[in-house]
Ligand binder design. Structure first.
Ligand code: PHB
Length: 391
């Protein structure tokens, strides 16, 4: 009872704070509360997003439509209770106009009711479970959904001589989305799942699971681990000799994040994944993005960096359209249907679902000038989230 009352009081404070902000108080600056994991197992996601936003603001300036853009960074360590508390503080005390970031699905979901109550846009720059955009009419996503890539790699595997697959997925919502989408498409194409394991999200030890994978003698293993875990996964995959047994890695591209790929060693060579972004994407705009990011941060951008870069671009462009008016409903209306050329390729915001529509590329890890890259070899254009179109 006591806990419930506290929650209700807090919810009331969020709604009241939003209602109490006079229009003139918002005139000097547009405040963006950026909530990302900067510590813990998901820290690489927070670092990539924070870097990409800094880069964008260096390139475009920190004023748009006459408003100064102020980023207030908060580290939630990917713990959803933290996300909720931080979102509440940012909305009530800092009077932010927008909340953004969200390195994992539970964090994005925890903030959604607050976005609805306060009528504050929640720009999801990282998390990838299909359902997130349905949890609040104020959620807009610039990252991806797992079904976008997992359906495509499922079809590709079935059509390319892979008959038996063992799956290894992180045991939480995006892993379950990835697994269900892959399975549906791979099995429909005639493939067989010979082993299925789910690994804990926090500090996973892959070794015991990898032995089971090896014993099931699949042609390939389908892997989903969130950004940041691919390096450790591939290390244990090589240590257990799975590369030598000819069990190839396939999956959505999270496991082959450009942020970590170049340190994975030759065991990663030949891995085929479907994803939204490769640092090797051969467009002019991407070449410039990669060069500027490398110069500023001494590392390659990965797909999380692109989610952040596009997320801040979306905010800038929406503010241009509203003439600097940061009212939640006006910003959301301006964001719906927006289209632009991202470093990942052409993208848009689906006006019905507020989710991202983007190309999905099939890529293979190859050595280019002595470095490992995901080299794109097939493109599926303007892919909507299959997790939603099905409903
Ligand atoms: C998620 O928690 O939604 C998530 C995180 C990292 C990824 C993909 C999905 O790489």
């Amino acid at each position: 009872m006591f806990v419930r009352r506290q929650v209700l009081l807090a919810a009331g404070a969020v709604a009241a704070a939003a209602a109490a902000v006079p229009a003139c108080a918002q005139e000097e600056a547009v405040k963006i509360g950026l909530i990302v994991p900067m510590t813990g197992g998901q820290a690489s996601t927070g670092r990539q997003i924070d870097n990409a936003i800094k880069l964008y603001m260096q390139q475009k300036g920190d004023t748009v439509a006459g408003k100064k853009i102020e980023i207030i960074l908060r580290d939630d360590a990917a713990v959803p209770d933290n996300t909720k508390r931080l979102a509440q503080e940012l909305i009530v005390n800092e009077k932010v106009n927008i909340i953004a970031g969200f390195g994992v699905t539970p964090a994005a979901l925890a903030a959604a009711p607050l976005a609805t109550q306060a009528k504050v846009p929640e720009i999801v720059m990282a998390a990838g479970t299909s359902i997130i955009t349905e949890r609040s009419p104020y959620v807009v996503r610039t990252s991806f959904t797992l079904p976008q890539s997992s359906t495509i790699i499922g079809d590709w595997a079935a059509k390319n001589g892979i008959k038996k697959v063992a799956t290894l997925t992180s045991d939480y919502a995006p892993g379950n989305d990835a697994l269900a989408s892959f399975k549906e498409h791979f099995v429909a194409g005639g493939g067989e799942i010979v082993e299925e394991v789910k690994v804990p999200l926090a500090n996973p030890d892959f070794a015991p699971f990898l032995q089971r994978m090896k014993d099931s003698k699949p042609d390939a293993m389908f892997v989903f681990v969130p950004a940041g875990q691919g390096g450790n996964f591939m290390k244990q995959y090589a240590e257990r000799g799975l590369d030598k047994s000819g069990i190839r890695v396939i999956g959505p591209g999270d496991v082959m994040d450009d942020d970590l790929l170049n340190n994975m060693g030759d065991a990663a060579l030949g891995a085929v994944t479907a994803h939204l972004y490769s640092a090797a994407h051969p467009s002019q705009i991407n070449k410039e993005f990669v060069a500027a990011y490398k110069k500023a941060f001494n590392n390659r951008p990965g797909f999380m960096a692109v989610g952040g870069y596009d997320g801040i671009h979306l905010i800038y462009e929406a503010l241009k359209k509203t003439g600097g008016d940061a009212t939640g409903d006006k910003l959301i209306a301006a964001m719906k249907g927006m289209k632009w050329e991202s470093p990942r390729g052409p993208i848009s915001i689906d006006p019905e679902t507020r989710d991202i529509v983007q190309n999905i590329y099939i890529r293979k890890v190859e050595k280019v000038d002595g470095e490992l890259y995901n080299v794109e070899f097939a493109t599926f254009e303007a892919v909507k989230d299959p997790g939603k179109t099905k409903k």
